[in-house]
Ligand binder design. Structure first.
Ligand SMILES: [Zn+2]
Length: 316
């Protein structure tokens, strides 16, 4: 039932639809509404397709109006349901970073590497079967390219650091970036009078801290007023968010280097990151119990640690 699906509506025809993955309000799919067309930015998993279609219909629009499905990168919490959704939206073109396209056309390698990260049981429960997308429906966007949804221009920026196949999408109308995972994670249940709490996502296998900070700096050159995060929703007060985020990235690097040669490296980095998040949320004024904060961020701590360890093992 569509009234059970949370969707946060923002100015400028932008709606963050809860993809339903992992926990409530954890991964968003954005619906961009213009008079003449609709676009989706991020698609969640296969089960998210039905939720997205319900929200489109509940807003008095038709799935046939969707002209573009865009994913910021091909990690499966962003792009796992792309093939399924494309099959149900016959008029849509699929828009992806040039380095990500082949993994959407033939998702077998993507599936294998995700099974490696998540394990088979979790993968099957969360993603099921990835459907390929026909090559003739795929378009790629390079640095500086733009496309129009209805008459509304979107401009693409290559934004490596979280993943090499990641772009961010600039919406001039609201002076906002659809940031994917480049601008970190910020959950609405950690909001306080001090604003949103924000921290990086460093999931495997292409996290690179210096490159990520450079991408954040490039995003800031536009003086953005809004950041539309996949995890989760819009944040404002962007300059302050950017500086908190960069501080956190530098702390994660420090943490990695402190424990790089530790025998129990994984446990040590996870514990250090969790302690930092508990202290940080407390200082930020978050009133959830320690246990609630742990549950909120546990999934991220595990994946972030995997990504940091991969970076430690493969950096030059
Ligand atoms: Zn993500």
């Amino acid at each position: 039932m569509s009234d059970c699906i949370t969707a946060l509506e923002y100015e400028g025809g932008i709606v963050a639809v809860d993809s339903g993955m992992v926990q409530p309000l954890t991964a968003a799919c954005y619906l961009l509404e213009t008079d003449d067309a609709l676009a989706l930015i991020e698609v969640g998993n296969n089960a998210s397709a039905e939720r997205i279609l319900k929200i489109i219909r509940s807003r008095g629009r038709s799935p046939d109006e969707v002209s573009h499905i865009i994913v910021t990168h091909v990690h499966l919490d962003h792009a796992g349901g792309a093939g399924e959704l494309m099959a149900r939206l016959p008029n849509a073109q699929f828009v992806v970073h040039p380095y990500g396209a082949r993994h959407m056309i033939d998702p077998s390698r993507l599936e294998a590497s995700a099974r490696h990260v998540y394990g088979d049981t979790a993968f099957d429960a969360m993603y099921g079967t990835l459907r390929p997308i026909a090559v003739e429906r795929v378009i790629t966007m390079e640095e500086g390219d733009s496309l129009a949804v209805g008459g509304r221009p979107l401009v693409f920026m290559d934004s490596p650091g979280h993943a090499r196949h990641h772009f961010c999408i600039w919406d001039e109308q609201t002076r906002g970036w659809f940031a994917g995972d480049t601008f970190g994670l910020s959950y609405r249940d950690l909001d306080t009078p001090n604003g949103p709490f924000i921290f990086p996502t460093t999931t495997p296998t292409q996290f690179n801290p210096q490159v990520l900070i450079a991408s954040i700096d490039r995003m800031m050159e536009k003086s953005p007023e809004n950041m539309y995060l996949t995890h989760f929703g819009r944040v404002q007060g962007v300059p302050q968010m950017a500086s908190r985020l960069k501080t956190a990235i530098r702390f994660f690097v420090e943490l990695a280097e402190t424990y790089a040669n530790e025998e129990n490296r994984t446990e040590a980095i996870e514990a250090g990151m969790m302690d930092w998040l508990l202290a940080g949320t407390r200082k930020h004024g978050v009133t959830l119990s320690e246990q609630q904060v742990r549950e909120r961020v546990h999934h991220d701590v595990v994946l972030n640690t995997q990504g940091i360890e991969f970076w430690l093992d493969h950096r030059g």
